[in-house]
Design a protein around this ligand. Sequence first.
Ligand SMILES: Cc1cc2nc3c(=O)[nH]c(=O)nc-3n(C[C@H](O)[C@H](O)[C@H](O)COP(=O)(O)O)c2cc1C
Ligand SMILES: Nc1ncnc2c1ncn2[C@@H]1O[C@H](COP(=O)(O)OP(=O)(O)OP(=O)(O)O)[C@@H](O)[C@H]1O
Length: 278
Amino acid sequence: MKKSYSTLVNKKDIQSIAIGGFDGMHIAHQKLFENLDENGAIVTIESGFSNLTPKRFRQEYTNLPIYYYVLDNIKYLEGKEFIKLIKEEFPNLKKIVVGFDFCFGKNRKYCVEDLKELFNGEVIVIEEIKNNDIAIHSRYIRDFIKNGDIKKANEFLGKKYKIVGSQIKGQGLGKSDFVPTINLQIEDFLLPKEGVYITKTKIKNDIYNSVTFIGNRVSTDGSYAVETHILKDDIQTTYNKVEIEFLNRIRDNKKFDNFKDLKEQIILDIKEAKEFFN
Ligand SMILES: Cc1cc2nc3c(=O)[nH]c(=O)nc-3n(C[C@H](O)[C@H](O)[C@H](O)COP(=O)(O)O)c2cc1C
Ligand SMILES: Nc1ncnc2c1ncn2[C@@H]1O[C@H](COP(=O)(O)OP(=O)(O)OP(=O)(O)O)[C@@H](O)[C@H]1O
């Protein structure tokens, strides 16, 4: 099994693991982690499609060490081979925690009953965790985000949906014709539906109330942009890392016939965001 990330914890010390994809580190994932003991670890099988909590950001949502394995390297294994590798990786493993729908190995033909049979230790299977009768899964959270339903996404995540990017140069119009904005380049993260959102923006150790526009600037140059206006301060410098937390959605992206109308709308958006924070 090829590990693609290393932590400082010695794998010989690990006695319990939770296994899965864990994109989002959502409420149900956290329930699995609660069943790990102090010598526990998270074993993440990377499919390459993680865009809620891309791999390099996942560790911030847990104190447990995370070990990453590439799905393509292990998906052809028979059940016995999978367990053998797990035991080679974690020689003192006593407990495995998975969800009710966990399957593994060749054609995903091995599931929880096989795991119980093949692993000579404790296997804890967590029943399906729901939020108001709807099952919590990363795929549903992705749908909420794509539809702009940030409140639902946050409810299912158990935290605010966050993207991380770096500042890039904008058109230079914001400051002169509208309001100053930080233009962002975002990689790896799933972007919410086009529109205007109430957000918090974190730069270094400071957190600012903000409004964020996502979408094609159909009223100006037409290009796709993610840009944030900080409600309080005029942020001047270029920062490498900017984090945006989504709290609520204000409206859809819209084409305005002139800059005056767009500016008036932006002022209304800012007013709505300020009221939200008050
Ligand atoms: C709160 C807010 C709402 C916005 N709404 C729209 C919009 O509905 N339609 C649009 O085409 N552009 C919208 N924009 C983007 C502006 O067109 C953009 O800020 C302007 O073109 C300046 O871009 P620049 O920062 O690259 O100079 C919005 C920007 C902000 C900050
Ligand atoms: N709602 C849930 N209730 C209980 N266990 C869950 C739930 N969702 C996921 N799990 C378990 O968490 C682990 C990680 O699963 P996985 O990464 O597939 O999460 P997911 O949210 O179901 O993702 P996806 O929607 O992409 O399938 C697995 O062991 C899985 O069985």
